[in-house]
Design a binder for this molecule. Structure first.
Ligand SMILES: C[S@@+](CC[C@H](N)C(=O)[O-])C[C@H]1O[C@@H](n2cnc3c(N)ncnc32)[C@H](O)[C@@H]1O
Length: 220
């Protein structure tokens, strides 16, 4: 799905300032992500802009993305490990590998059941008290008709909308839905639905930061 977009970006070349600007969504949250100490996982890493930012902040980033073109680019450009894998499947990592997992606008491609499974997998690969941060399109994003062409859009299941002109399906989140899909075993540190400006594109997003609770952590 993203291969054409990434091929075009590779050909035209990336603007480092723009890439860095795209990571600004993280700025209000650094204090909630804990000390940069060890490995972080970027879920749906794309061309690795957030990974570069995490590395600059002291983390050791590892990426995962469905598109081999993206993971190849990350490896060649930054030298970070990046795995071509599908986040609808169990994650190819051992238990308690990461101190942090992050995802910018990738988790909302999964239907509710897939998101629930992924959050369970992320909890598995995070260390005790590891943190998770993610941004996904909100329900207001769709209601306000932002960013996409919604012509003939239809709901495949609750809140999971297929957009025929793009041939993509998105789960549009409320904070309540995010909480429900996260399930137990997390302590929520931030959860909000808010307007979101991304590379000049007007969006509306649900942003969440959570801590893995359980062994050594606080109860959810
Ligand atoms: C909107 S892009 C975001 C990329 C990057 N996080 C960023 O913000 O620049 C969504 C990314 O999610 C990836 N993705 C979508 N579905 C996926 C899946 N099932 N497994 C792994 N990656 C997936 C796409 O290949 C794409 O790179």
């Amino acid at each position: 799905m993203w291969d054409d977009i990434y091929r075009e970006l590779e050909t035209s070349g990336l603007d480092p300032d723009e890439e860095r600007a795209g990571t600004a969504w993280l700025d209000p949250f650094w204090h909630l992500l804990g000390e940069p100490r060890g490995k972080m996982l970027d879920v749906g890493c794309g061309l690795g802009a957030d990974m570069a930012r995490f590395a600059a902040e002291g983390w050791r980033p590892v990426g995962i993305d469905l598109e081999a073109r993206a993971t190849g680019f990350v490896g060649r450009t930054y030298g970070f490990p990046a795995y071509t894998a599908d986040i609808r499947c169990p994650l190819p990592f051992d238990d308690e590998t990461f101190n942090l997992a992050s995802s910018r606008f990738a988790i909302h491609f999964l239907p509710p059941g897939g998101a629930r499974d992924l959050f369970r997998e992320l909890r598995r690969v995070l260390r005790p008290e590891g943190r998770l941060i993610f941004a996904v399109n909100s329900q207001e994003h769709r209601r306000l008709g932002l960013q996409y062409d919604y012509t003939d859009a239809f709901e495949r299941e609750a809140d999971y909308w297929h957009l025929p002109t793009l041939d993509r399906t998105y789960l549009f989140y409320s904070t309540r839905l995010a909480k429900r899909l996260l399930g137990s075993g997390w302590r929520i540190l931030h959860l909000g639905a808010e307007p979101f400006e991304h590379w000049g594109i007007e969006k509306h997003a649900v942003l969440c930061v959570a801590e893995k609770a359980g062994t050594g952590g606080l109860p959810s």
